[in-house]
Design a protein around this ligand. Structure first.
Ligand SMILES: [Zn+2]
Length: 318
């Protein structure tokens, strides 16, 4: 650009004058270009920086935050604890979180909140309905988000019923959560994290933010998979070694080594998870972490507000 400008200005007059002018203009135009590129870079880096870890401003202590999230509930036998064969009671997840003053976020399966699931929940989950468990979570200030109604794998569901069915399954979960808490969920975590761009766009277009562990996302927005589901069942041969506790702590340390101090940790409502968290929460607190709900977390990392403020769609998908 500066070459065109120079040619236009130096076409004639004295050589000396033109030589000086050329030098002056070269310096000026270079400065202009440099400052313009710096401004553009600063603008784009501001946009990215808002969701990337950055140094704390002017020596202020850096905020280290963790959003604990739990999938596949509500499961009253985990949330409230249950009687064990040896006569003791298993540890209650809600009691643990309350005792530690930790606020967490629950990604629930909508079908568990239906009246038709009451009997199943009471029989299987030790006296509470799944719905009353969700009410209690909400009363205690935990957030309830969307893990779909039926928990069908999106690939399979798309093949079987198409995209519209999946969108309806998500809204159906939101409606039943809202009927209990009065709050329309904002975040959707696809079962098994199975998602692809076209479907993700359609879900986003309905006002949701889609949780993901894709490497294409900035690390602070990426779910950290605890792999606790490998530790459930009678023969957990795939449970991380040497232990689930070590595995999760190492995931956090690994991110810290890359300068990342904000983490969305994904767990499931499982008895083993409660045991592990009873050790892990104090250790992470000692490392300087505070535990927050997902909406607080997103605000802390500067996640764009427009993507984190879902409202009920004007037209339901069904
Ligand atoms: Zn799940």
């Amino acid at each position: 650009m500066h070459k065109v400008l120079l040619n236009a200005v130096t076409g004639g007059k004295t050589r000396e004058f033109c030589g000086n002018l050329r030098k002056t203009l070269l310096v000026l135009s270079t400065a202009l270009i440099v400052s313009a590129s710096l401004a553009a870079a600063a603008k784009s880096s501001r946009a990215v920086k808002s969701i990337l870890p950055s140094a704390a401003p002017s020596g202020a202590p850096r905020r280290k935050v963790i959003a604990l999230t739990f999938d596949d509930g509500p499961k009253p036998y985990v949330l409230f604890g249950t009687s064990l064969p040896d006569g003791t009671k298993s540890q209650s997840l809600l009691n643990l979180l309350e005792a530690e003053r930790v606020k967490a976020t629950f990604f629930v399966m909508g079908w568990r909140l239906a009246k038709s699931a009451d009997r199943f929940c009471v029989e299987k989950d030790g006296g509470h309905t799944c719905r009353s468990a969700a009410e209690e979570e909400h009363r205690l200030g935990f957030e309830i988000e969307n893990h779909t109604y039926g928990h069908g794998n999106f690939r399979l569901m798309e093949k079987r019923y198409g995209d519209a069915w999946i969108l309806n399954d998500i809204d159906r979960c939101s409606r039943i959560v809202q009927s209990i808490t009065g709050v329309w969920p904002r975040d959707v975590r696809p079962p098994d994290w199975t998602i692809w761009p076209a479907l993700q766009q359609k879900i986003k277009a309905r006002g949701y933010h889609v949780m993901s562990k894709s490497r294409s996302l900035p690390a602070v927005l990426r779910d950290v998979d605890s792999e606790d589901y490998f530790c459930a069942g009678p023969n957990p041969i795939h449970c991380p070694k040497p232990s689930l506790y070590d595995y999760v702590l190492e995931r956090v340390r690994e991110r810290e080594r890359r300068g990342i101090y904000e983490h969305i940790l994904c767990f499931h409502e499982l008895p083993i998870t409660v045991q592990v968290l009873s050790r892990l929460i104090p250790v992470l607190k000692a490392r300087g972490y505070e535990f927050v709900t997902l909406s607080t977390y997103f605000r802390a990392v500067g996640f764009p507000a427009d993507a984190s403020s879902a409202a009920p769609p004007k037209q339901a998908a069904d």
